[in-house]
Write a protein that binds this ligand. Structure first.
Ligand SMILES: *[C@@H]1O[C@H](CO)[C@@H](O)[C@H](O)[C@H]1NC(C)=O
Ligand SMILES: *[C@@H]1O[C@H](CO)[C@@H](O)[C@H](O)[C@H]1NC(C)=O
Ligand SMILES: *[C@@H]1O[C@H](CO)[C@@H](O)[C@H](O)[C@H]1NC(C)=O
Ligand SMILES: *[C@@H]1O[C@H](CO)[C@@H](O)[C@H](O)[C@H]1NC(C)=O
Ligand SMILES: *[C@@H]1O[C@H](CO)[C@@H](O)[C@H](O)[C@H]1NC(C)=O
Ligand SMILES: [Ca+2]
Ligand SMILES: [Ca+2]
Ligand SMILES: [Ca+2]
Length: 603
């Protein structure tokens, strides 16, 4: 299988940049702070790298912050939490990592041995590991987000490619020990629909049901670097409900140029960009990297933040972690020239390339520490609508009404299982509009697939309706902007809870409230309302629709009975073994394969 490392740019490994002040060596971290040896954490100062100049500012001057230092200040450092990093190999003897590498637990699924050191000198896995757990106060490289967590190195990716079996073993490696599996890899960007194999599906389901003593393994996943001309919903790893998709933010407050359109992504973290600022980390040969960019690097930052949260509350289950991210990630004033924020029906701001916004480590650990497990998950399948319509440039809309037979009142994930055909697969656009009016961009144009014909059934996933009540009319619009296609049939698979998952939490998503307003609970979502006003919003309503249930009031079922029946759509992804290193300008193939060079439309 083609599985790519999701970083952008030509990676060079330079020695660390050091800043000298008071004769002490200061080290970068990717909270954009510099760690000064021999100084207490209170003295950690913020830093941005500006071109080749160093600008030192007080922490907090950089906005918005991921609040990692604030989480450290609350006493969290990842101690007791184990992260399996599934990647291309690890320098387990790197002196900025070795104290946190979990010796005896690593594995190399390429060579089938216990040494994950990459014989080929690859250093992507070493770079990802440093962002999570590089050591603090040791005069080297950087400080990881969870600098006292343990890392298990799982070598999966090599020029020989992967198999479903290798991937599944990697994703279930040391399941009773590993809390988080951090994944900065995936299908080739830009074209094709690439699903997880059946063994990976079983590994993910097995992880969330039996990992962490039944609370569920946490799988973080790089959302992909296909830019806005790719859509992560063609990536079966990111669009699984069991994985936490992470996109990248540019330091100027816009999505990183390589971030994809991704209704399945939960949140964003800084990922580095050559146009603004890079991230720094450890690199192979005991060196440091200072030029990292890609969702590959946002994902370990998210894994580190989740590790801090699991230290704050080891009882969090896999859905608690996702709820925490939805609750605490923030919109700030982040903008995008291509897509807008929407206030969804649960009063949560969502963005097609940034999910619920920038992760906030301080809020994650604060809410985690007093968290009550969310109610059990229920799922609901609508009946199938079969319009069997021709679709052209003007598009076809088709609706499914969810009635009171659906007991879910607070949505989590929404899946659309669609059977379709297109003469120009890359011209397909799919938009799902919920009863609350929130739009999910389930598929957007992908120019590398313009000439590919495809047909089949595919499951698209969105988290953008999180917290909404599902009762009412859902509309799927399919457009084939050039050439043509058919919408054969579709159905909705809904996941969520029957009762308020956050009954004791009252947070305004429009914060702070203006003078004269107060933060008032509105089921899942909370909003600022005018205290003197007699009317409150009815956007989120627990009143069930008067529409008749279209599937005869089917009872709620548990998640484990629902598995994806996704099948690959023909076109695009070639079989073969390649690692693709995506540069700003072109895909560089490091080995044989039939991958199509990617020519980005921007940058
Ligand atoms: C840190 O403090 C120790 C003990 O005082 C000293 O030996 C060491 O040189 C200091 N390191 C730096 C980088 O200043
Ligand atoms: C990390 O956190 C643990 C648990 O709170 C604490 O015991 C330990 O001292 C911390 N270690 C460092 C280096 O901060
Ligand atoms: C590693 O083990 C897998 C599964 O048993 C096998 O398919 C593969 O050929 C082995 N690889 C090597 C290099 O021995
Ligand atoms: C699609 O086909 C047209 C016409 O043959 C060609 O000009 C274009 O380069 C092709 N696009 C891709 C992405 O292969
Ligand atoms: C809130 O109520 C006050 C007093 O009635 C009114 O002047 C103000 O315009 C209201 N603000 C909003 C946002 O509705
Ligand atoms: Ca080896
Ligand atoms: Ca260090
Ligand atoms: Ca992609």
């Amino acid at each position: 299988m083609i599985r790519c490392l999701l970083y952008v740019g030509v990676i060079s490994t330079l020695t660390c940049f050091y800043i000298y002040c008071d004769d002490q060596i200061h080290h970068y971290t990717n909270q954009f702070v510099v760690w000064c040896d021999n100084e207490s954490s209170e003295d950690i100062i913020a830093e941005w790298r500006l071109s080749e100049q160093f600008t030192i500012e007080k922490n907090g001057a950089i906005a918005p912050s991921m609040k990692i230092q604030e989480a450290w200040n609350l006493g969290y450092n990842g101690s007791g939490v184990t992260i399996a990093v599934v990647d291309d190999g690890f320098e387990i003897t790197h002196t900025d990592l070795d104290a946190n590498m979990y010796s005896g637990y690593h594995y190399d699924y390429v060579d089938n041995d216990t040494n994950p050191d990459p014989a080929d000198g690859n250093d992507h896995g070493t770079m990802c590991s440093g962002l999570i757990a590089a050591e603090a106060n040791n005069n080297e490289c950087v400080v990881g987000v969870a600098y006292r967590a343990k890392v298990i190195g799982v070598r999966l990716l090599a020029s020989s490619g992967t198999t479903d079996l290798m991937e599944s073993r990697s994703l279930s490696h040391q399941r009773s020990i590993a809390d988080i599996y951090s994944n900065s890899w995936g299908p080739q960007d830009g074209s094709g629909y690439s699903d997880t194999g059946s063994l990976v599906k079983a590994a993910l389901l097995g992880g969330i049901t039996s990992g962490r003593s039944g609370k569920g393994s946490i799988f973080t996943w790089a959302a992909g670097n296909g830019q806005k001309s790719d859509n992560c919903n063609a990536d079966g790893y990111v669009n699984s409900i069991y994985t936490i998709g992470v996109t990248s933010l540019d330091s100027t407050g816009i999505p990183a140029f390589y971030s994809e359109v991704c209704a399945a992504a939960m949140a964003t973290t800084y990922g580095g960009t050559y146009t603004s600022r890079y991230l720094h980390s450890t690199a192979y040969s005991r060196s440091c990297a200072n030029d990292l960019q890609g969702t590959s690097f946002s994902t370990p930052v998210a894994s580190g933040i989740i590790a801090l949260s699991l230290q704050a509350n080891p009882n969090l289950n896999w859905r608690d972690v996702q709820h925490l991210i939805v609750l605490t990630s923030k919109k700030y004033t982040l903008t995008d020239s291509y897509y807008s924020w929407q206030l969804n029906g649960a009063k949560k701001y969502v963005h097609p390339r940034l999910g619920f916004g920038l992760m906030d480590a301080e809020d994650m650990v604060r809410y985690a520490s007093t968290w009550t497990q969310v109610p059990s998950q229920v799922s609901f399948q609508s009946s199938t609508s079969s319009p069997n319509s021709y679709v052209g440039a003007s598009g076809v809309s088709n609706s499914i009404t969810i009635g009171s037979g659906c007991s879910i009142q607070y949505l989590e994930h929404v899946q659309v299982q669609l059977s379709f055909q297109a003469d120009g697969l890359g011209y397909v656009e799919l938009t799902l509009t919920s009863p609350s009016g929130t739009k999910s961009f389930l598929m957007t144009q992908r120019y590398l697939d313009y000439n590919n014909t495809g047909s089949g059934t595919w499951t698209f996933m969105t988290v953008q309706h999180w917290g909404e009540a599902p009762q009412g009319q859902w509309t799927l619009k399919m457009v084939v902007a050039a050439l043509s296609g058919r919408l054969y049939s579709w159905k909705l698979i809904l996941y969520g809870t029957q009762t308020d998952p956050l009954p004791n939490i009252n947070v305004c998503s429009v914060n702070p409230c203006a003078s004269g307003q107060t933060c008032t609970g509105n089921n899942y979502g909370y909003e600022c309302i005018n205290v003197t006003s007699t009317t409150t919003s009815t956007t989120v309503s627990t009143t069930t629709s008067t529409n008749a249930p279209i599937n005869g009031g089917m009872a709620a079922t548990t998640v484990s009975s629902t598995t994806s029946t996704t099948a690959a759509i023909a076109g695009g992804v070639a079989a073969g073994a390649v690692l693709v290193f995506v540069s700003v300008a072109i895909v560089i193939k490091l080995s044989v394969g039939k991958a199509t060079p990617v020519v980005p439309v921007t940058a």
